[in-house]
Design a protein around this ligand. Sequence first.
Ligand SMILES: N[C@H](CCC[C@H](N)C(=O)O)C(=O)O
Length: 292
Amino acid sequence: MESTVPFAKMNGLGNDIVVIDMRGRSDAVTSEAAIALASGDRTGFDQIMAIHDIDLDGVDYRIDILNRDGSRSQACGNGTRCVVQALASETGRKSFTFKTLAGILTAEEHEDGLISVDMGRPEFAWDKIPLAEEFHDTTRIELQIGPIDAPVLHSPSAVAIGNPHAVFWVKDDVWSYDLERFGPLLENHPIFPERANISIARVIDDHTLDIRTWERGTGLTRACGSAACAAGVSAARTGRTGRTVTVNVPGGPLEIEWRENNHVIMTGPAEWEFSGRVDPLTGAWQADEVLA
Ligand SMILES: N[C@H](CCC[C@H](N)C(=O)O)C(=O)O
């Protein structure tokens, strides 16, 4: 087996993604390689999306998703769009079916270059999100941060979009909250046995939300596709918006549609930055061209 494989540094609305081509190999990108790449100057990423072969009818590839800390995620919306763009430009095909830890998902590139991903069905049951305690109603779970009688953030909506999310509803500008400080506390709160992605969301009108996200295993990001889905679905579920919303993340807008068949469709852009080769075991890499 060759020691290096092709990679592409890409982004989905500023969510930094490294797509690694593991086709033809039986091993996996190691957590050590992820941690090494994450601290790299030009390859600091939010998620690695490793494309693997799969022998399953109707499924094109398996995607293995790693966070900055080397942990694995069930889902990554922005990264999936990057994978679609990379594969579409390689093959000329427009639609793909993938297997991730969250299940089978389909995605397609449109004529205008935007990419839609079917993120599957949201999961609201407390033990499936998962939460450590039984909550009959996961639209408002008991969790707060700040003084007991004047919490800064409280009562988030919880939902899994393959991966666990908590969405805190706020009335003020989402930038006025110190997410860098509260994010790690909430991500690792014992109520979330598998940790959680933490978002602050503000309703702008019945079809628009502003959100910022602290990602599990990664930290503050400019965009988190699954969090945009989590916020959109939770807003509709609590009567804050309709089922089709524009979710403004720091990197720009994502369109979220929670269809009547219970599937959540996320639409947005993907952008290629540079390519190179990487050792999937150590994270040592080299760009194909001298980088500006
Ligand atoms: N950036 C991703 C989500 C990463 C989630 C990951 N941090 C986790 O659940 O462990 C997205 O666009 O959906």
